[in-house]
Design a protein around this ligand. Structure first.
Ligand code: FUL
Length: 417
């Protein structure tokens, strides 16, 4: 093995909050708002609040479904590009307070935050910087004030947030007052992950297909801001080197908001599993969007698919045939008895940084080591699938690493795929 040792201070390591966030692996996105009632993806900010009336809204159903499927956090679109606010903000009348829902006394953000807390999953918010309703958007200075007031309400009024999702769409070429925005985040939600803009602690993977390239290193110094520009974003100097990727994708093909009669767009279980292998299986986090309908409920078909997905992940990876941990250039896993395996899952102890950059996985068959697969990054998690083999011993052989490899978990499975 060649150990390409870099000076210690060059090996990036995650914060404790980033570690905890990466451990969650699966998050559920909920795009919900005035668009839900208008059969559209991007409202222009002109739709009448009187249209918003989710008379059976049950955020507990959202949070419960997420939890049951094994998702560990939920992110709600508190404000999408149309500017309509799901909480009764003091900053604009364009909100739930002007809607017939609960006679204007409702607060979707509050209901969702409470539901997540009850279910024991994390809660996060999406707050679009681009605002197509707010007249002062045309004046950057005034809008910065307006946006900061909105953020402050959200950051201070709904308990701990796991993540704040800053969407770059529509903001191409626009500069917001990021130092000021980051101060607010640090003051009110110092543990929250900051998505992709300002001084981010997590980054956009660069597509809306839910997949990470391989390798998908945890270190980065820039990322693209949106689907509509190839430009990379300018991050503030205090941005950490360790900025893990999050892969967002809607469960209905290319549809973030609910639309009538589109169940046929639901991704199949096979497609979702493929996404899982290429997001979580590449060491990234998956953020899967499941959109509530105009009743304020997740549609039954979407819930069924979500739960099917959760069950399939559990069926394949819920019970390892054998597992171990270790350190050094070779980590061996000896099974109690020979068995058929077709997957190996390896996790680095990333608290020490992402050290491995080349490895081989081998199985002991007929008294010889036989190569199953090889790769570069492992990081938080790498899932390797291969044709079934019968063996009683596998080993990870690290070919290249920045420092002594530390393996938190190496486990083998028979998934039967
Ligand atoms: C994009 C937005 O334009 C979409 O409407 C959606 O919110 C997606 C998650 O991000 O940039």
């Amino acid at each position: 093995m060649s150990i390409t040792r870099k000076p210690k201070d060059q090996l990036a390591i995650p914060s404790l909050e980033q570690l905890a966030w990466q451990d969650m692996e699966l998050g559920m996105f909920c795009h919900f708002g005035i668009n839900t009632f208008c059969d559209q993806e991007w409202g222009e900010g002109k739709d009448d609040p009187s249209l918003f009336n989710p008379d059976r809204l049950d955020a507990k159903q959202w949070a419960r479904s997420a939890k049951e499927a094994g998702f560990r956090y939920l992110i709600l679109t508190a404000k999408h590009h149309d500017g309509f606010c799901l909480w009764p903000t003091a900053t604009t009348e364009y909100s739930v307070a002007s809607s017939p829902w609960k006679d204007g006394r409702g607060d979707v953000v509050k209901e969702c935050a409470e539901a997540c807390r009850e279910e024991g999953i994390g809660f996060g918010i999406y707050v679009s910087p681009w605002d197509r309703h707010e007249p002062c958007y045309a004046d950057p200075k005034q809008y910065d004030d307006f946006y900061c007031r909105q953020l402050e309400e959200l950051l201070s009024g709904y308990g701990p947030l796991v993540e704040i999702w800053f969407d770059g769409a529509g903001s191409e070429g626009r500069e917001y007052d990021w130092p000021r925005i980051m101060d607010l985040v640090k003051r009110h939600q110092p543990s929250a992950m900051v998505f992709n803009m300002g001084a981010p602690t997590i980054r956009w993977v660069g597509n809306e297909d839910g997949v990470a390239p391989y390798p998908c290193w945890n270190t980065a110094d820039s990322s693209r801001g949106s689907m509509f520009s190839e430009d990379t974003l300018k991050w503030l100097p205090e941005t950490p080197d360790w900025v893990p990727a999050e892969c967002d994708v809607p469960i209905r093909k290319d549809r973030w908001f609910w639309h009538p009669d589109e169940e046929h767009l639901l991704l199949s279980l096979d497609q979702l599993m493929e996404i899982y292998y290429r997001s979580v299986g590449h060491g990234a986090t998956l953020l899967l969007n499941v959109a509530p309908d105009p009743r304020g409920l997740l549609p039954e078909a979407d819930i069924n698919r979500l739960l099917e997905f959760g069950r399939e992940i559990d069926r394949r990876f819920g019970h390892a045939l054998a597992e171990s941990s270790g350190s050094g250039e070779i980590v061996e896993l000896i099974f109690p008895r020979a068995c058929v395996i077709d997957h190996v899952v390896v996790m680095e102890e990333i608290a020490y940084g992402e050290r491995i950059s080349q490895y081989v996985l081998e199985a002991y068959i007929d008294r010889e080591w036989y190569e199953l697969t090889r790769g570069s990054a492992i990081g938080h998690k790498k899932i390797d699938a291969f044709s079934p083999v019968t063996t009683d011993k596998v080993r990870l052989r690290v070919l290249e690493s920045a420092a002594n490899p530390v393996i938190k978990k190496m486990a083998v499975y028979r998934c039967g795929q």
